[in-house]
Design a protein around this ligand. Structure first.
Ligand SMILES: CC(C)(COP(=O)(O)OP(=O)(O)OC[C@H]1O[C@@H](n2cnc3c(N)ncnc32)[C@H](O)[C@@H]1OP(=O)(O)O)[C@@H](O)C(=O)NCCC(=O)NCCS
Length: 153
């Protein structure tokens, strides 16, 4: 999409990102407190998608101790979906992970979340496990993707 700008998230984005998180995950949203911790975490990477000065989506990932990238949340406001923004945010995060030497990216997604599952499988993620009751009454599916380091074929 031509008019989408991706940039790093800033501290002052917190309020808006929390509102987007509430819209995108009406039942299982991260608290503002947790989002703040995520954004401030030393090895976290967060990017927002901006359309005409409006923040319409974001992604947050963390490089965990084992050097693995973990995606914590990926959100696009309903009116801006199916325009490639979720995919752009995901690719941006993967690219930045890879620049920092991350070779594997992991995430959890709720079973039955068709848009997310379709997006992730289209982008090369494969299911590697199930966490029973991860979302209370729903299971979490663990998905992984091997990342290519910059410069490798
Ligand atoms: C999942 C989410 C981030 C996708 O964002 P998006 O900007 O619509 O994604 P994209 O436009 O990049 O979609 C890329 C591909 O994903 C798949 N996809 C996305 N939404 C889909 C849907 N509703 N149904 C089926 N496939 C879908 C399609 O293959 C799509 O490609 P296409 O449009 O060429 O067919 C968005 O739906 C969302 O914010 N959902 C609520 C929060 C959430 O579940 N986040 C993921 C949690 S792990």
């Amino acid at each position: 999409m031509k008019d989408v700008v991706l940039r790093s998230a800033r501290e002052e984005d917190l309020e808006e990102l929390y509102l987007i998180e509430r819209v995108c995950f009406p039942k299982h949203y991260f608290s503002k407190y947790f989002l703040r911790i995520l954004l401030e975490y030393p090895s976290s990477l967060a990017f927002v998608a901006v359309v005409s000065d409006r923040t319409v989506g974001f992604v947050v990932g963390v490089i965990e101790e084992e050097g693995e990238g973990r995606i914590y949340t990926l959100d696009v406001l309903p009116d801006f979906r199916r325009r490639g923004i979720g995919g752009m945010l995901l690719e941006k995060l993967e690219e930045e992970f890879a620049k920092r030497g991350v070779v594997k990216c992991r995430l959890e997604v709720m079973e039955g979340n068709v848009p997310a599952l379709q997006l992730y499988s289209k982008k090369g993620y494969r299911q590697v496990g199930v966490i029973k009751g991860y979302y209370g009454d729903r299971n979490g599916l663990v998905m992984e993707k091997a990342l290519k380091l910059p410069g490798s074929l």
